[in-house]
Design a protein around this ligand. Structure first.
Ligand code: BJW
Length: 295
C-alpha cells in the first residue's frame, strides 16, 4: 500500500525523471528504522546526557572516558544495524543518475554498507569508524577501524551475573544507554592511544560542534555546486536541518533553482527558509517513503 498521497507522488516523480542535477541531504532519521537513535527529540538522550552535549571537544577534554563510552556504544550499535530500504534506494538512484550528489550527516556507515557509490557520497560529519589522534600537533588518522570494542576497557558491560534477565540478547548485553546500568569510570590509561605519537588519546573521526567539516569534502561539494548554474532538486531526508553548515545546502540549492522534497516523520522539521510553492513534504518513515518515491 502506498504511504504517500498520489498527486504528490506523481508530481515528484515527474520532476525527478526530468531532473539531471540532484542533491540529497541526509540525517539521522534515515537510519532510525535501522534501530539507531536520532540526536534530537525522543531518544536524543544517552544515559542522562543530551547526545549533542557529548559531541563536543570540551566534553572529550573534560571526560574522555565518558565520551568514548558513548562512541563505543554507537560503534557497536551501528555495526549490529543493517542498512534499510531507504539506504538502498538512494544508492540505486546514485547509480542511475550521473549528477546526483549525496551529502550525509550520518556517521553510522550504513550508506557505504548499502554500496552507495563512494564518489557520490560525501560524509559531512566524518565516520564512527575513522579514528584519529586528539593531539593538535599529531595528524594520525586511521580509516575503517571496525574493532569492537576498540580497547578492552570499552567492552559493553554484560549481565551474565544477572539471572533475572530472560531474553537471550538482554542476557548478553546490557543497554548502557540506560542510566541505571552502571558503567566504570575510565581514564587516560584505559583509553586508546595514538600509535604514531604514542602520547595523544585517539578519538572518533567525527565532526564535533565548533569543529571544521573535512576540507576535502567541502571543496568537492563546492566544485559540484559551481560546475553548473542550476540544481533541479534537493531531497532533505530525516534531518532536523538545524546544524550548519549542512543545513545551509538547502538554501544553496534553492538559489540555483532547486525544488525541495522533504522526507521526515515530523511535519514541523522543515529547513529554516520554510516550504516554498512547488516543494514536497512526504511525512513518515524514510525507510518506507524513499523506496516508493524513488521507484
Ligand atoms: C525521521 C525518522 C524516520 C526521525 N524517517 N525521518 C550558523 C548559525 C548558527 C550556528 C552555527 C552556524 N554555523 C555553524 C554554527 C555552529 C554549529 C551549529 O550548527 N549549531 C546549530 C545547532 C545552531 N555548527 C558547527 O559547530 C559545525 N562546525 C562549524 O560550523 O565549523 C566552522 C567553525 C569552526 C571553528 C570556529 C568557527 C567556525 C559542526 C557541526 C557538527 C555536528 N556534529 C554532530 C555530531 C557528529 C558526531 C556524532 O554523531 O556524534 O552531527 S551533532 C549531530 O547533529 C550530528 C548530526 O549529523 C547533526 C544533525 O542532526 P540530524 O541528523 O538532523 O538529526 P536530528 O536528531 O536533529 O534529526 C532527526 C530527524 O529525523 C528529525 O527531523 C526527525 O523528525 C526525523 N526522523 N525518524 C524520517 N523514521
Amino acid at each position: 500500500p502506498s504511504v504517500v498521497p498520489q498527486a504528490d507522488l506523481e508530481s515528484f516523480q515527474e520532476h525527478l525523471n526530468k531532473s539531471t542535477r540532484i542533491l540529497a541531504l541526509l540525517g539521522a532519521g534515515l537510519s532510525a528504522s535501522s534501530g539507531l537513535p536520532t540526536f534530537r527529540g525522543a531518544g536524543g538522550l544517552w544515559r542522562t546526557h543530551d547526545a549533542t552535549q557529548l559531541a563536543t571537544p570540551e566534553a572529550f577534554s573534560a571526560d574522555p572516558g565518558l565520551v568514548w563510552q558513548f562512541y563505543s556504544y554507537r560503534r557497536h550499535m551501528a555495526l549490529k544495524a543493517k542498512p534499510n530500504p531507504a539506504h538502498y534506494a538512494l544508492a540505486e538512484l546514485s547509480r542511475k543518475k550521473e549528477h546526483f550528489l549525496t551529502l550525509s550527516q550520518n556517521v553510522d556507515g550504513l550508506s557505504p554498507r548499502a554500496n552507495h557509490p563512494e564518489e557520490s557520497l560525501k560524509l559531512l560529519h566524518g565516520s564512527l569508524f575513522d579514528v584519529k589522534c586528539s593531539d593538535f600537533f599529531c595528524n594520525y588518522l586511521e580509516k575503517n577501524n571496525y574493532t569492537d570494542p576498540i580497547v578492552p576497557a570499552l567492552e559493553i558491560p554484560t549481565s551474565e551475573e544477572d539471572p533475572t534477565t530472560t531474553s537471550a540478547l538482554a542476557s548478553r548485553e546490557l543497554d548502557i544507554a540506560d542510566e541505571n546500568v552502571p558503567i566504570p569510570e575510565l581514564s587516560y590509561r584505559h583509553l586508546p592511544k595514538c600509535p604514531k605519537c604514542k602520547r595523544g588519546l585517539l578519538r572518533p573521526g567525527v565532526v564535533w560542534f565548533g569543529e571544521m567539516l573535512p576540507e576535502k569534502v567541502l571543496n568537492d561539494i563546492e566544485d559540484w555546486i559551481h560546475k553548473e548554474n542550476k540544481i533541479d532538486l534537493i531531497m532533505v531526508v530525516g534531518t532536523s536541518a538545524k546544524v550548519y553548515p549542512a543545513a545551509g545546502f538547502v538554501d544553496r540549492a534553492r538559489a540555483k533553482g532547486a525544488r525541495v522534497a522533504i522526507i521526515n516523520m515530523d511535519k514541523n522539521d522543515v529547513p529554516a527558509s520554510g516550504l516554498y510553492k512547488g516543494d514536497w513534504f512526504f511525512q513518515g518513515d524514510a525507510a518506507q517513503i524513499l523506496p516508493e518515491i524513488l521507484k
